[in-house]
Every structure is written in C-alpha cells, then in structure tokens.
Design a protein around this ligand. Structure first.
Ligand code: 8YV
Length: 316
C-alpha cells in the first residue's frame, strides 16, 4: 500500500508531480475550491501519513491536530517559520526542507531587485510605455553601484551568495547576524542598526524567528536613510511594514525592493501606491530549474522516510 500524502500546493515540475503520483496516494488540497476544502479535508485527514507543503503555507497546529497518522511534513522551501515546529516536535513528526538547491536563484532575485531599485527600472519602463520618452520629457540620472556599501542581514548560504554577486558589481560588503562567520573577509557590523548606518543597500536574508521579528524597525530604516534602499527576499515578518510605509512616504528611506510581505498575498494599498518601491510576488525560487530541484528533494525525503531510511535534509 502506497503511503497517503496531503499535497498543499502543486509543483510546476511535471516530473515531480508524476513521481509523487507514482510513489504515493496523493490528496491534492490545491485542486479543491477554497469553500470546499474543509469538508474535503475531513474526509482524507484520518489516512494522511505525509504532508507536502510550501515555505509560505507551512502547517499550523490546528491542521496537524486533525491528522492523527501524520509522520512527516516535507516543506518545498527553506523557511520553516510557517510550520508549527513545537507541535511537530511534541508529536515526533519529522520535518524536512530544501536548503542548498535554491540559493543561487534567490540570490539572483535579490540582485535583480537591488539593480531594479538602483536604476529605477519600473519608472523607466513606464517612461517608455506611456510616451514620456517620445514626448521629450527629461529623466534624472540614477546613482551607480560601484563603491556603495551592500549590508547583508543574515550571512548564511543565501546571504553569502548575495555578497558574491554584489562584489561583482563593485560594491563593498558588510554583514550582521548574531553569530560571527568564521573565515570570511567581510566585516561584521556590531548590530543591525550599525549595519544600516554603514549601508547604502540593506539586504534582508535572515530567517524569520521570534528573535528576528520586526527587527528592521523605524530606527533601522532611519539609519539606512533618505538615500538608502531596503531589499527583502527573506520574510515579511522581519520588517515592521507600517514603519517601512511611513519611512518611504516621509522620505526617511529612499527606496524599498520587496519580494516578501507581512501578510501574503495581501500587500497594503499604501505600499502598492508608493512610487519608490519595486514589488514582486514572492518568487525568489520560482525558476524551472530550482523548482524542479526543490520538488525532487521533497520527493526524495518523503521516499526515504517511508522506506525507513535517513532523511536527506531534516529540520532539527
Ligand atoms: C517559496 C520560500 O515560498 O524557500 C522558501 O522558504 O519562501 C520559497 O522558496 C516556497 O516555499 C515555494 O514552494
């Protein structure tokens, strides 16, 4: 008998979806119309032994409590902040994620956002489309990147990959995270505030935890300053979004380029209305190659678990 798995969201990789069907009896929540999901779930929940979820969806304690036979939660993403880890630990439910395979694409998106903000890409695109160029309107020059300081908040795998890319653009690097990284030539700031003070661009690449929640606050944003830019590819929870909107509106902060938000997919109208923001819908890992590699790791973890073998990428 194949193990029964609750699939919260589809992978864009047809190959991954085929492997899931091959090895498991899949119950696809994402195929159910939203208003019918609760009733549908009640029917399958007693048999579910594995859950496949995403970094953004995770799994909360109330759903876990409705799955009496669940043994493993496989997250198709690196962030586990949306998983109720206390509940999984208490019940001895294994959790896996997908570190490593998404590093490059997420770092690429961070630089895409940084460059788009630096060169004001959305405004330039609009300038061509709306006929301003043809009408002879004038543009003010942007500021170049060379010699500017890129401060990286969270200097793990993704943060370091962002640093490599920023170096290639001639930027200077600094980082902050509580634990110093051994063997790096990049200077560590004494605090997040000190990092913001020293930075022209502050890139958020730290995990969302109780300790990092809203650490990018009004004071940090003011320290980044009117010429400064905030880039966030990590989680919206790290930033005080109300303070960010106020700082951008009042000119205390120059720009923000954001892939993640406090309450996705809802983005406050006040943020969407600002001219000095670049916004993308949480797509750091959304490439054909990376989503396939992430999905493959999910399948491999689920198969290892049900075969009684060690997990490839367990979350401790
Ligand atoms: C996606 C992510 O949200 O890896 C993460 O933590 O946030 C992203 O890759 C998602 O998990 C894709 O399924």
């Amino acid at each position: 008998m194949k193990p029964e798995v609750l699939v919260m969201e589809a992978s864009p990789s047809a190959d991954v979806m085929a492997q899931l069907e091959q090895h498991f009896v899949c119950h696809h929540l994402w195929r159910q119309p939203r208003e019918q999901q609760a009733e549908w779930l009640a029917g399958v929940a007693p048999r579910v032994r594995g859950v496949l979820t995403t970094g953004a969806i995770g799994i909360q304690g109330d759903l876990l409590a409705r799955l009496p036979k669940v043994e493993i939660v496989a997250v198709n993403g690196i962030g586990t902040d949306a998983v109720d880890l206390e509940a999984t630990r208490a019940r001895g439910v294994a959790v896996t994620n997908t570190p490593g395979v998404l590093t490059d694409d997420v770092a690429d998106l961070a630089l895409t956002l940084l460059l788009a903000a630096a060169r004001r890409l959305p405004a330039l695109d609009a300038f061509v489309r709306d006929g301003s160029w043809e009408a002879g309107k004038r543009l003010t020059p942007a500021r170049g990147l060379r010699g500017k300081v890129c401060g990286i908040y969270g200097f793990g795998r993704i943060g370091q990959a962002i640093g490599q890319r920023a170096l290639a653009f001639g930027m200077e690097l600094r980082y902050f995270q509580p634990r110093a990284i051994d063997g790096t030539a990049v200077p560590r700031a004494g605090s997040l505030l000190a990092l913001a003070e020293a930075s022209d661009y502050l890139v958020v690449a730290a995990p969302a935890t109780a300790a990092t929640r809203h650490t990018v606050n009004a004071e940090v944003l003011a320290a980044l300053g009117p010429q400064g830019t905030l880039v966030n590819i990590a989680r919206g929870a790290l930033v005080d979004e109300d303070a960010l909107i106020a700082a951008l509106r009042d000119g205390m902060l120059g720009m923000a380029a954001l892939d993640v938000f406090a309450d996705e997919p809802r983005v406050p109208a006040a943020l969407r209305a600002l001219p000095n923001v670049v916004l993308t819908p949480h797509v750091g890992s959304l490439t054909v190659e990376t989503r396939h590699a992430m999905g493959q790791l999910v399948v491999d973890n689920l198969r290892a678990h049900f075969a009684g073998q060690p997990l490839l990428t367990p979350v401790k």
